[in-house]
Design a protein around this ligand. Structure first.
Ligand SMILES: [Cu+2]
Length: 309
């Protein structure tokens, strides 16, 4: 082989290598919308996030008013992964101690490990944090504030011992303006003796501080169905619900077994005295639903166990 042939061989070899590398990188960064799994993702620069959207049940990524929604599980449950769609939840070192108040702190980092500082406001807040113990007790819904370096923090009351699941529910705004809605989850261990509580029996009503919340509807696997919630006061009349997080309540549903976090969308307007949420159950099983509602400036949470056959 003379010099010229060798040079040509190296160039061709280099091209083949470059193509192979490009293919490999493409494989490492799959499109947010693999062929045939859902509607094409749209770029959402400048679009408001949240609100109405549509997607076929059981799809992967889907459009959410311009934001690409990355789902953690294959069946529509989210919050099962600490990292998704290029974003990673990084809780601050130092576990919360049992019985002691403190700050819950974390960052969201992008695929270049830079802390993310641009978030879209969805349901009135740029960041929603849900914390529940793995036995589905002790639900908390928190709204942390962000420091300039992208560190989110929120003071928290003491946690009981056990393993807790923390979810960060947010819509990040990428450098190019693209909006990506993500729910990431991480376990937080609180040392001490853990006495798990059994999941309460399935129920369609729950009482908290003298208010009774009840719901009607027929949840179905893989289909978005309306659940109608009503809240009554001590006198039995409809409680004067106040707007909370852009609706007349906020609903979170967590799956027993893996604590998958379900997509739930509120109707911004009331239907008489009922508040409607659209819920898609990803599969049969038991779920714990948490309804936050506000009356007299105080937010309370009613919890219900739901069985989906
Ligand atoms: Cu929230």
């Amino acid at each position: 082989m003379d010099r010229e042939t060798l040079r040509l061989a190296l160039v061709v070899g280099g091209l083949v290598l470059a193509v192979l590398l490009g293919f490999g990188l493409g494989r490492l960064n799959p499109p947010a919308n693999p062929a045939g799994t859902g509607p094409a993702p749209s770029t959402g620069a400048g679009l408001p996030a949240g609100g109405a959207h549509s997607h076929a049940p059981g799809t992967g990524a889907h459009s959410h008013d311009g934001a690409t929604v990355a789902q953690g599980g294959g069946d529509g449950a989210t919050g099962l992964s600490i990292s998704s769609a290029g974003y990673t939840l990084v809780p601050s070192a130092g576990e919360p101690a049992a019985g002691r108040a403190g700050d819950l702190r974390f960052q969201i980092r992008d695929e270049r490990r830079r802390p993310v500082t641009r978030f879209a406001v969805v349901h009135d807040k740029p960041m929603h944090v849900i914390v529940a113990r793995r036995d589905l007790s002790g639900y908390r819904h928190l709204h942390p504030t962000m420091a300039a370096d992208g560190t989110w923090s929120v003071p928290v009351a003491p946690f009981d011992p056990g393993v807790w699941r923390m979810y960060a529910d947010f819509t990040a705004v990428a450098d190019d303006g693209r909006q990506v809605a993500v729910v990431l989850g991480a376990d937080v261990t609180v040392p001490g003796t853990y006495a798990p509580r059994p999941l309460p029996a399935a129920a369609t009503s729950a009482t908290v501080d003298g208010f009774t919340a009840s719901w009607t509807g027929t949840p179905e696997v893989g289909r978005s169905v309306p659940l109608r919630f009503r809240v009554t006061g001590l006198d039995g009349g409809a409680a004067p619900l106040e707007p909370y997080l852009g609706a007349y309540g906020h609903l979170v549903a967590l799956r027993e077994g893996d604590l998958g976090y379900l997509h739930v969308h509120p109707e911004p307007v009331r239907d008489g005295d009922a508040v409607t949420f659209w819920l898609t159950a990803p599969g049969p099983g038991r779920y714990r639903m948490f309804l936050d509602f506000q009356v007299g400036g105080v937010v309370r949470t009613a919890a219900f166990t739901l069985t989906v056959d």
